[in-house]
Ligand binder design. Structure first.
Ligand SMILES: *Cc1c(COP(=O)(O)O)cnc(C)c1O
Length: 398
């Protein structure tokens, strides 16, 4: 028996007639967020004006909410802080990790990583010069490529395209055995499955809050540093709010205590208010229950797709233990097929060249959603409803 998620489902404002299977890309609106944001605008910004930084606790939000995210990713209090976007947090973690291994020059990543993570690494390598290099190998080849040359192993645990999951504990142990540090991206892990940062001994981790955590578009990212490193690393983006004493306005930079040094500038208060409303829901969730339910949903989806939509291929791992909380299907006309699904109220998304993705988010996804989505998918395939010029016109966001 797995936990009943009926209570969390009603905490979300899901549009009538829509089956939403894209919470892996943008989580839905928590009902409470609307009133919460209004209060922040009206009673805090409106009435308190600048005094709200103190009186409404705005300045501590990045740390306070970081602690609440910490519970979801196996990180202790005071090890996680929020701010900026995930790409920025990747850069910060990677720069600090490289600086902590000054005798080495290689960043190891894989071709399944999200492009922005690789782009940020490329940019950092260019800035550093001095022989730094980004080496990318196929996901299956990562373990063998962890050699004593590697300064930092930088991976995303769950592949955004296929949902394939790396073994974080095993790869972290291998990296440590050769003297490398690890940066794990939890974009498709936080709120999708249990993560044990402290237990796996990972050095740095980053992730975003607008996917499974439901903080809304543009929600701030988070960064974790293992306590053994937190007071030693030097931030590459040394902004005033990561300073030891921002309001001393000293002319020289001194890093703040521990994870505080990864703050950069003014926190996005309204976005963090939305995250706070979402975390009220998360505070009640047992991650093992969530994972069990996520596997039930994705297994049901796969079984039904095999029965009802033989035209598509399952592109995600069949073993749920090495799959995140999404299932991807391969179909030559994937983009058009997804547009046809969206027109019929089933929202997933498309990743080039030919994958359609469906996220399973137990907080609000039900068996009936899965059954309904596959029935419509089967119909779109059987009737070739995707074969319509209107569905081939690409939007900017896919
Ligand atoms: C979603 C995602 C990003 C997006 O980065 P932003 O800076 O928040 O736009 C980066 N990396 C990974 C692995 C992602 O899944």
């Amino acid at each position: 028996m797995t936990a009943n998620f009926a209570a969390s489902r009603v905490a979300f404002d899901l549009p009538e007639g829509v089956i939403y299977l894209d919470g892996n890309s943008l989580g839905p609106l928590p009902r409470a967020a609307v009133a919460r944001v209004q209060r922040t605008l009206r009673e805090e910004w409106g009435d308190m004006l600048i005094t709200a930084w103190n009186r409404a606790g705005w300045m501590e939000m990045p740390r306070r909410l970081g602690d609440r995210i910490g519970r979801l990713i196996g990180a202790g209090p005071g090890t996680v802080v929020l701010g900026d976007t995930l790409s920025i947090k990747v850069y910060q973690a990677l720069a600090s990790a490289l600086e902590a291994r000054p005798d080495r020059r290689v960043i190891l990543s894989d071709t399944g990583n999200f492009p922005s993570d690789l782009y940020m690494a490329e940019g950092l390598v260019r800035t550093l010069g001095r022989g730094y290099a980004l080496r990318t190998v196929a996901p299956e080849a990562v373990e063998a490529a962890i050699t004593p040359e590697v300064a930092v192993l930088m991976l995303t645990e769950v592949d955004y395209r296929t949902g394939r999951r790396h073994d974080m504990a095993r790869l972290t142990a291998k990296a440590h055995a050769v003297g490398a540090l690890t940066v794990w991206d939890l974009a498709h892990s936080a709120g999708a499955l249990p993560v044990d940062l402290a237990g796996t001994g990972t050095d740095f981790a980053v992730g975003c809050t607008y996917k499974y955590l439901n903080a809304g578009p543009g929600g701030p990212a988070f960064i974790y540093i293992a306590p053994r490193h937190a007071d030693l690393v030097r931030p590459a983006l040394s902004g005033w709010l990561g300073h030891e004493a921002p309001f001393a306005f000293d002319l020289d930079y001194r890093p703040g205590a521990g994870i505080e040094r990864m703050r950069v500038g003014t926190p996005p208060v309204v976005q963090m208010t939305m995250l706070e409303a979402a975390l009220d829901i998360w505070d009640e969730v047992d991650l093992d229950d969530l994972r069990a339910r996520s596997i039930e949903l994705s297994e049901l989806f796969i079984a039904e797709v095999e029965k009802q939509a033989p035209q598509v291929t399952i592109a995600s791992p069949r073993d749920p233990q090495i799959r995140g909380s999404q299932v991807s299907l391969k179909f030559e006309h994937g983009y058009a097929a997804m547009q046809a699904l969206i027109a019929r109220g089933v929202i997933g998304d498309f990743r080039a060249p030919d994958l359609i993705r469906f996220g399973f988010t137990p907080l609000y996804t039900t068996d009936a959603d899965v059954a309904g989505a596959v029935r419509i998918l089967g119909d779109v395939m059987k009737t070739r409803a995707w074969d319509d010029p209107a569905y081939r016109r690409r939007s900017a966001v896919t």
